[in-house]
Ligand binder design. Sequence first.
Ligand code: FMN
Length: 275
Amino acid sequence: MGCPAKSVRQHGSGAALILTPDLAQELVRQTRQGIHDFVNGLELESIPELKQKTRTMIMERHRGLPPEYQARREIPVSVKTRVGFDAPVIKDWIETLLEVEPAVISVHGRTLKQLYSGSANWDLIGQAAEVAKNTPTKVFGNGDVRTPEQAQEKFAHYGVDGILVGRATFGDPWLIGEMRRYRDSDWSADFEYREPSVENRINIAIEHSRIYAETYPNEHFLPMRKHLAWYIKGFPFASEYRVRLMMADSAEEVESVLEEFRGKLNTGTPNEAHQ
Ligand SMILES: Cc1cc2nc3c(=O)[nH]c(=O)nc-3n(C[C@H](O)[C@H](O)[C@H](O)COP(=O)(O)O)c2cc1C
């Protein structure tokens, strides 16, 4: 209930659901009912209104899940949303959602209209946490958290039960582990964020590509490419190698380009413009 993409919101989905609170509530109820029915043995064949194409797609995706995720188990229903459609309506909107008791409401501190511009309004996220305080629902805050120090500051000031981190993890899959390490140290003053080295980034980019190719042997390599650009961002020669990585079609190709990049970084001119 937070997606701002035009193709989604023009059908009344995503963050446009903020404008149709009854429908939003019904979706939470029906999702919970669907999980319940599945846990109690409902088979897709016994849902006549389901198109054959949809049924096949669901079954294929289900079979592709790791075994523990294929089990029929009660999973919590949570909502991820924004603070409003064109203007913040956080208190009313959170109260509406609380009526159907999702396990978690994650709040991205922007309106739909803002898309990703400006900055996330954490005061509004704090208000959401306040409204949900004595209810069974937890509130997670989201928006513009980039470092473990910022995560600590959000926990300290806004009363949230958790934090979601999005864009800052692009190219840095260790970030959330680092944030957790900081939290587990009780926000110790001695904590130092371990910035990933270029070696680690290159290694994980190669590993990520291999796992992607193994997991999706029949899919195009395209969705993997943006990650490769994020992994090398900020290093010398990045623009030159990004162009080549954007044309890669296999894990082997990625490995060969990145090994060349590694060699160039180790021997190349350090004054090359950073990208
Ligand atoms: C490329 C991209 C894809 C995203 N896809 C989703 C998505 O599928 N589902 C979702 O709930 N949010 C999605 N988001 C939104 C993020 O989860 C997050 O709410 C937003 O980026 C703000 O957090 P951040 O400042 O930590 O990135 C996406 C964001 C970006 C930039």
